[in-house]
Write a protein that binds this ligand. Sequence first.
Ligand code: HEC
Length: 197
Amino acid sequence: MSIRTISTSLVGLCNQSEDFGVMKRIAFVLVAVATVAGVVASIAAVSQHADEAAAAISAGKLPPGYRDWRLISVAREEGELDDIRAVLGNDVAIKAYRAETRPFPEGTIIARLAWRYVASEENNRAFGKTQSFVAGAPKNGVQFMVKDSTKYASTGGWGYSQFDDGKPLTDQAALQNCFDCHQAFKDRDFVFTHYAP
Ligand code: HEC
C-alpha cells in the first residue's frame, strides 16, 4: 500500500471525528513527503543513467541504451561524408535543449549517429517516381560529446569520442580535430545542432 493510499484511507476513517483537521494535516504531510521522495528518486535515476553512460564511454564502450535516446535533429552531409545523420540526447540533454539551458549542464551527452544515404527503390515504386532516400548501413561512426567540466576542462568541458563498429577511436590527433572544429561554436557551448521542434 502506498503512502498516498494510506493517507487517503486515514482521511476516510476520520471523516466524522473531531480530529479530522489533525488527520487531514497528517495526510497532507504524508502526501507531500511521498511527492518529494518521488521527485528526488526520479532526479537520482536520471543522473545515475547519465553517470553510467559517461562511465561506459570513457571506458571505451558504447553506452547502454543510447539508441533509445530522444531525437534532437537530423542532418544530411554531402561530399566525402555522404551520409544522413541523427543527433540524439540523453535525458539531461533533452531537458536542457527544451529549456534552452546554456551552457549545457554536467551529465549532458549528445550522440551523433550516421548512415549511408541510399535511394529507396521500394519507396520509389510506391511513389511512381525517383524521389526517396533513406538510411542505409551505419557509416562514419557513432560520435558522442559528454559534458564534464572538470574532467574535460582542456577541451571546453566536453569529452569527444567516436565508435566505429562499436570500437572506440583512439587516434588522439583525430580526437583533437573534434574540439578544433567544434570551437567554431564556442559561444553556443561548442554544439552545432539546434533542437528541431
Ligand atoms: C570539421 C568540423 C567537425 C569535426 C572535425 C567534427 N565535428 Fe562534430 N559536428 C560538426 C558539425 C557541423 C555538426 C552538426 C551537423 C552534422 O552533424 O553534420 C557536428 C555535430 C556533432 C555532434 C552533435 C552535437 C552538435 O554539436 O551538433 C556530436 C556529438 C559531434 N559532432 C561529435 C564529434 C566528434 C566526437 C568528433 C571527432 C571524432 C567531431 N564531432 C568532429 C562538425 C565537426
